[in-house]
Design a protein around this ligand. Structure first.
Ligand code: FE
Ligand code: FE
Ligand code: ZN
Length: 276
């Protein structure tokens, strides 16, 4: 069965988010660990979490994913910003322990002129400290579009981070379809080749999740503008091929399309109808 969900808010609690998931016929979801622009995370409510875990179990929901805030930058040229990124991620991982083994997805960051080598070394340094902590969460590196000085827009860069990390077994990858298409991986015409390259450079066993988005900007534009399914340069046909690809079809798919509840519900129904 297709495992699909959307990026939702957990501002009203995890149980409320779970009910929203069920109402849109989703069996996975993603949420921000705190306000996306950073700031304080809400106190963990263990009753709410256990109600949510029960709801997951009853409805056979395997995984949800937390998304780190956009404002942290693990490879900033400023030390205090890197320390802030580490502290935020460490706090997130500690809180996520209560959710019993979910995913935690983050953007590798922008090297802001320091160059990729230094940027990668700083990300690895952060991850080595972070994953040294006891955690039951799998940390996912998200593939990026390569806007500005973003790291992680090539499979080589993602592979370097994983291979240099002392805790590679705790790391996985989340492939964002909008981002990789913008980064120059042609998933519309050459999906098989792209997946083969992913397998050679990173290893498909590391691929844990897909962010399923269309792209407002053309192929190889190095921009990051998500579009609704079928309303962008990737298009409906390529997206249907992608969710049905034998190497991808068992993975959880998360919509980060510009939608509210009704829009997500309609996209989920459409994708389920075109699966299998
Ligand atoms: Fe993201
Ligand atoms: Fe994404
Ligand atoms: Zn994006």
């Amino acid at each position: 069965m297709l495992t699909i969900g959307a990026h939702l808010s957990c501002a009203k609690g995890f149980f409320a988010m779970g009910q929203e998931m069920l109402a849109m016929n989703a069996d996975t979801s993603q949420f921000f660990t705190r306000n996306p622009r950073g700031g304080q995370a809400k106190e963990i409510d263990l009753n709410d979490i256990s109600a949510f875990l029960n709801l997951m179990k009853k409805n056979n929901i395997q995984k949800v994913s937390a998304h780190a805030s956009y404002t942290i930058n693990p490879c900033s040229d400023k030390e205090e910003t890197r320390i802030f990124a580490f502290e935020t991620m460490a706090d997130d991982l500690t809180r996520l322990t209560a959710l019993n083994g979910q995913y935690y997805n983050f953007h590798p960051g922008c090297h802001v002129g320091q160059g990729t080598e230094i940027g990668i070394a700083q990300i690895v340094f952060l991850l080595n400290r972070l994953l040294n902590m006891p955690t039951n969460t799998t940390v996912l590196l998200e593939t990026m579009s390569g806007k500005g000085s973003e790291i992680g827009s090539t499979f080589e860069e993602i592979a370097k981070i994983i291979n240099q990390c002392n805790y590679a077994e705790k790391l996985g990858v989340c492939m964002d379809t909008c981002h990789i298409y913008s980064a120059g991986y042609d998933i519309v015409h050459h999906l098989d080749d792209v997946l083969e390259e992913f397998d050679q450079k990173i290893g498909l066993k590391r691929l844990k999740m897909i962010h399923l988005n269309d792209s407002l900007t053309p192929f190889n534009s190095h921009k990051d503008r998500h579009a609704k399914i079928g309303a962008g340069s990737i298009g409906t046909e390529a997206i249907i091929r992608l969710i049905n690809h034998p190497l991808l079809k068992e993975l959880p798919f998360i919509l980060e399309t510009p939608n509210e509840f009704e829009g997500y519900k309609a996209e989920i129904a459409f994708l389920r109808a075109n699966y299998g």
